[in-house]
Ligand binder design. Structure first.
Ligand code: URA
Length: 319
């Protein structure tokens, strides 16, 4: 792909002519500016940027991947490089950056713009971006005489979905945003090779499923994801069930709130990217996340384990 070749050959290039005229650039939400930090020295060797919603999860991931790569020792605590800001956190473990992006595309895109510029100013090359997230899942259900209820087999909670397609809230393969008060559409392009490479890091002994599938990206957790238990609601439980069944019939495997903007912005910027999320619930069975904190915490590590294997494979570290 034209954009990707551009960034594989040279240091990262960004499609914004204004950047070349700027003598400084304040990456405000990370509390880092082009002149306050030696960006090439700090980030020039970065090869992977892993982002996810929660600050604590991404701090944990930084330590986990650092241990796995042998660049962070067991009791070592990495500094938060975005310590001057209370918006996002940023950790570096060898060639891996780990940052949080908050909830939803608007927050994620602020983080992504600034991370892209950080690595552009650093002169980083051939960088892969991966979103490590949580999501709702959609499995196929069937009635089972033994249980007397609907049983879901396709995407049990705790499954890991590697997106091989993503659609926006209107089920379009385009990310819709507003610039100069006009709606614009940017294509959602998924790197199939990268998605397959990551999902192929599964192992037969993994106690969870790893599924390549289509992701439905919404702008809201409640009504936007056909939930009826938000503070306001104009849809019925029947509407919810029919809609989730419709998503299922369209091959959607999971629902989250960032993939459309993430894929579209990374493609526009010319960097390779992938989205790897663990499902917390099966939306064909329930709308509420009810698993207890310990279970959710173990599930949350599953995409991290898969992504760590991928990174080690790429860095040719025995896995
Ligand atoms: N994140 C979402 O956006 N939806 C869910 O159901 C779970 C996590």
């Amino acid at each position: 792909m034209e954009n990707e070749n551009r960034n594989a050959q040279k240091g990262m290039q960004l499609p914004n002519p204004h950047l070349a005229q700027m003598t400084d650039d304040n990456l405000y939400h990370f509390g880092i500016s082009r002149t306050s930090h030696d960006l090439p020295a700090l980030f020039g060797d970065v090869k992977f940027v892993c982002i996810g919603g929660s600050a604590r999860r991404m701090e944990n991931f930084a330590h986990y991947i650092g241990n796995e790569l042998g660049v962070v020792s067991e009791n070592e605590r990495l500094p938060n490089l975005a310590g001057n800001s209370d918006r996002f956190v940023l950790y570096k473990a060898g060639p891996v950056l780990s940052a949080n992006h908050g909830i939803g595309v608007p927050s994620m895109s602020v983080a992504l713009h600034e991370l892209l510029k950080m690595l552009y100013y650093a002169g980083s090359r051939d960088v892969t971006f991966i979103r490590i997230g949580t999501c709702g899942g959609i499995g196929k259900s069937f009635s089972h005489a033994m249980y007397g209820t609907c049983v879901s087999t396709g995407v049990p909670p705790g499954s890991v979905i590697v997106s091989n397609a993503a659609v926006n809230g209107k089920m379009e393969h385009a990310f819709e945003t507003v610039v100069l008060a006009k709606g614009i559409h940017r294509p959602i392009i998924v790197d199939q090779e990268l998605a397959s490479e990551i999902s192929s890091c599964s192992r037969t002994e993994d106690p969870f499923k790893i599924i390549l599938g289509k992701t439905y990206c919404t702008d809201d957790f409640y009504e936007g994801q056909a939930r009826t238990h938000g503070a306001v609601c104009d849809i019925s439980e029947e509407d919810e069930l029919q809609f989730v069944k419709h998503l299922n019939s369209q091959g959607v495997k999971n629902i989250e709130m960032e993939s459309a903007g993430f894929f579209a912005l990374c493609h526009k910027a010319g960097v390779k990217c992938s989205v790897v999320c663990v499902t917390f619930i099966d939306r064909l069975s329930t709308e509420d996340v009810t698993a207890d904190a310990d279970v959710l915490s173990e599930w949350t590590q599953r995409p991290q384990v898969l992504v760590a294997r991928f990174i080690k494979k790429r860095l040719v570290i025995s896995v």
